[in-house]
Ligand binder design. Sequence first.
Ligand SMILES: Cc1cc2nc3c(=O)[nH]c(=O)nc-3n(C[C@H](O)[C@H](O)[C@H](O)COP(=O)(O)O)c2cc1C
Length: 159
Amino acid sequence: MDLEAKKNALRMISYGAYIATARGGDDTAAATVTWVTQMSFEPPLVAVGVKLDSQLYRAILRGNTFALNMLANDQSEIAARFFKAAQLEGETLGGYAVEFGVTGAPLLVDVPAYLECKVTDVVERGDHVLFLGEVVDAAHRREATPLDLYRDTKWNYGG
Ligand SMILES: Cc1cc2nc3c(=O)[nH]c(=O)nc-3n(C[C@H](O)[C@H](O)[C@H](O)COP(=O)(O)O)c2cc1C
């Protein structure tokens, strides 16, 4: 296989950017993720690829739940903040105000929408783990154009 072609073809998959958060016991984690897609209308399922052995992976496994905080196209600075681990300090996470959802996950109050999910399936195959989650709660606070990784940033995660 032509490895350069493989990389460039994989980088033609379109991605958004989301802040995945999870709480498992007293373990709270947050990370910017792009490998996200809806997988079913009924029941409403979403899939997310999470780096093996990351803080986020451990918190999702422990709590069996996760949340996806949807970013608007002018919120790339929030995505940049969660490329590195963030600690929960009272009602802030990585310096951003949060509230807590039905799953216990911290939810960023500045984002236009979020989903909370209960894990239904876990596929451990490669260096990222596929978590399939059923949506158990959601909020849509305001209209916004979603952040698009290619149009709105210079970042790449595929390849
Ligand atoms: C553009 C971009 C996209 C990313 N997408 C994902 C992703 O889909 N899944 C994931 O697990 N990590 C992804 N990451 C990495 C996480 O943001 C990063 O590993 C995490 O915030 C750090 O947590 P850790 O210290 O526990 O590894 C991405 C990073 C970048 C720069």
